[in-house]
Design a protein around this ligand. Structure first.
Ligand code: ACM
Length: 703
């Protein structure tokens, strides 16, 4: 027996030694992780004698010299010759050697580096990999290896909302630098929305002398204060816009980083700022009434086409994003001009009216050599065969689009909305709601299982969306996107086989350090708190699996696990939309639980959540009652809420009763706080009003 044990322990330590010698070689610290890496022994060290050798044009060499200035490769000069010793060779090669527009190969041995690509974009991405290897090491040593790399998806995007809060061009350029470093290639610039117009349009100067300025410092004050705009020279004016020169400068800066900027001009909804300025484009004809353009008037098309002509001139992008999301369409039902348009065009619904408009605008853009992207609502009422769909309300829009033969970009809220909290909310700055950790973002798979190989090819890629209702400063914006956008950068670039969460987490920690060193303000990933501790522990109680009767239905948007939600013993996490909290909109929460037989009850309790930002409220009052026969109820407790709805931070509260009772039925009724919805407007579906409930917990005697 003893001998056997000794043998085992000797064998074990031998294995450990083998393990140690293998792990001497550290896996590279690059984000996104390249497709294939072969490790060799040795290193190449950059010295004062090291030069770039290249067959790139003089112009491209100059552009790279400018780009690399100040980076770890900034001190390496370009030699006149194409090859030489002790060098970093940038070799623009034939597509038979390296295939793909963004692909590159890096070969490093102790004599030097050879970076080959068929395009300058490939060379640029190879340089990003070299920069990351240097920055994550000692700035001069490169490990001997061979990398063959190319992206999984052609579209790897970041969305920036500059309407709710304006961010200047220097800020945009700074984010373009980080995007390039992580091989992201599309900036979706959300330039117009109900909270402010941000792009100079020469034909309509009032868009930027008026619709770009709010007479309030804070967005929420503006919202509850009437949502009006003011003149640019009004002493109260807060806002801003990009001149056409600014736009040209940013577009060129992005192009130098191999990033295409896709402008978004919102229509037909989210257009309050335009209609405040040009009310004749709305159904009512009055400012501050409608959010949707009137589709019945030709003036709307004249306006939009004139705007788009200037947009086309500024942005070389193949795609123009035309919005299409969250139009309420309600005014179209009663507007005589819209009704006439529907009759003339044989349109059966307001969805078809929206579709008519989108198709017309699409044709206009196609005639000018451009294609459209729209939010997934553009499917409703009939999708044109050539539009690309941006799937945000889940993945269904993207699935429908590719099944119809259209292209899609995946950006479902659950994984890609970087305006959600990324850690325990009470440790975080204000956010729109939601709880989206880095790990959850990283778990996203953009190609749903239900797609065939051919359909999957129509998924262009992924995008992180950042809406700025609660993001007033550049520092806050950076905090929200870094490091979560890095997870999307890797999902967009790396093949799923090389994705490993633990390994990514380690690389993301390092990337956060580098971002900090470079003057960004990332979320401190090393201090992440994680999920609500109670939400990990299942609670055992007398009502588990028992029948629940609802006097009023729960909201389909917040159904959680349906009828079993309140009796599954699972507690909610940090956020109301984690599929564990059940929500009720504009009605009492009123349920009765049938325990099946008369039972000794010692405690009745439920937990509720409140978050003011997205209008999630605690109940005003809870009434708990019990019954033996299901007809006659005795009130066990009436509990008033003592937490103000004005508190900005996330609140949890248990409303419960403890004592001794015998009952078969328990009725738990929670009265709405009576909260109002100051942000409700025609197209503000991003601000749902609801109340939400959590698990009803009937503690058993063991408690
Ligand atoms: C969206 O979030 N309304 C596209």
């Amino acid at each position: 027996m003893n001998t056997h044990n000794i043998f085992k322990s000797v064998l074990f330590s031998t294995l450990l030694l083998i393990g140690n010698s293998c792990s001497e070689r550290k896996e590279i610290d690059v984000i996104p992780m390249p497709r294939s890496v072969e490790y060799h022994s040795g290193n190449f060290t950059i010295s004062p004698e090291t030069k770039f050798y290249t067959n790139l044009s003089v112009e491209s060499r100059q552009a790279l010299t400018d780009y690399l200035e100040g980076t770890s490769l900034g001190s390496v000069p370009f030699a006149e010759s194409t090859t030489g010793n002790n060098g970093i060779e940038l070799n623009l090669c034939d597509s038979s050697i390296v295939t793909g527009n963004e692909a590159y190969r890096i070969e490093i041995d102790k004599k030097g580096v050879r970076l080959s690509a068929n395009t300058e974009t490939g060379i640029f991405y190879g340089l990003q990999t070299l920069l990351q290897l240097l920055n994550n090491g000692d700035n001069k040593t490169l490990p001997a290896l061979t990398i063959n790399d190319s992206p999984r998806f052609p579209y790897r995007g970041l969305h920036l909302d500059v309407s709710r809060h304006f961010f200047d061009k220097e800020f945009v350029k700074k984010q373009l630098n980080a995007m390039a470093y992580f091989k992201m290639n599309r900036l979706h610039w959300h330039l117009t929305d109900g909270a402010g117009w941000r792009i100079e349009i020469k034909k309509y100067p009032r868009l930027t002398s008026f619709a770009a300025w709010r007479p309030f410092d804070k967005l929420n004050d503006w919202w509850v204060g009437g949502r009006t705009f003011c003149e640019q020279d009004d002493p109260r004016a807060v806002g801003g816009y990009y001149t056409q020169d600014d736009i040209r400068e940013v577009v060129a800066y992005a192009a130098e980083r191999h990033i295409t900027i896709i402008p978004e001009i919102e229509m037909p909804g989210h257009s309050e700022e335009v209609l405040a300025t040009y009310p004749e484009l709305s159904c009512s004809g009055k400012p501050y009434v409608n959010a949707d353009f009137c589709i019945g008037t030709e003036k709307t098309f004249e306006f939009l086409e004139n705007v788009l002509l200037e947009v086309i001139d500024l942005f070389p992008s193949e795609y123009i994003h035309i919005g299409g999301d969250e139009a309420s369409k309600s005014s179209w039902n009663t507007c005589p001009r819209c009704q006439k348009r529907m009759a003339d065009e044989h349109l059966n619904s307001v969805d078809e009216l929206q579709s008519y408009m989108i198709h017309r605008i699409e044709k206009f853009l196609n005639d000018h050599g451009r294609k459209i992207i729209g939010w997934d609502e553009i499917i409703e009422g009939g999708l044109s065969p050539t539009a690309t769909v941006m799937s945000w309300r889940g993945e269904e829009g993207g699935i429908k689009a590719v099944k119809a033969g259209n292209q899609a970009i995946m950006t479902p809220g659950k994984y890609c909305y970087l305006d959600a909290f990324q850690d325990a909310p009470n440790t975080q700055p204000m956010a729109i709601g939601g709880y989206l950790t880095l790990e959850k973002v990283y778990s996203f798979e953009p190609v749903p299982d239900s797609l065939s190989t051919k359909e999957a090819e129509l998924i262009l890629g992924v995008q992180g969306n950042v809406w700025t209702e609660h993001i007033p400063t550049p520092e806050h914006y950076e905090y929200m996107i870094y490091p979560r956008i890095l997870a999307l950068a890797e999902i967009g670039w790396s093949p799923s086989e090389v994705k490993k969460w633990d390994n990514f987490h380690t690389r993301a920690l390092q990337a956060v350090n580098i971002l900090r060193e470079q003057g960004y303000n990332p979320f401190p990933l090393e201090k992440e708190v994680g999920d609500k501790p109670e939400s990990y522990q299942k609670v055992n109680h007398l009502a588990i699996g028992k029948k629940v009767t609802y006097a009023n239905p729960y909201s389909n948007h917040y159904a959680a696990q349906g009828e079993k939600t309140l009796v599954d013993g699972v507690r909610g996490g940090w956020m109301y939309n984690d599929d564990r909290w059940q929500g009720f909109i504009d009605c009492d929460f009123d349920v009765t639980i049938d325990l099946g037989k008369e039972t000794d009850i010692k405690q009745v309790c439920a937990e509720f959540i409140q978050l003011k930002g997205p209008y999630v409220w605690l109940p005003k009052q809870v009434i708990i009652s019990s019954s033996i026969d299901g007809e006659h109820y005795d009130t066990l407790a009436t509990i008033d809420n003592d937490i103000s709805p004005d508190i900005e931070t996330l609140q949890f509260k248990e409303f419960g009763w403890a004592g001794n009772a015998k009952a078969r039925y328990i009725r738990y009724k929670a009265l709405p706080e009576g909260g109002y919805s100051p942000m409700k407007s025609e197209s503000n579906n991003r601000y749902p009003i609801y109340r939400t409930e959590k698990d009803k917990i009937w503690e058993n005697e063991e408690g």
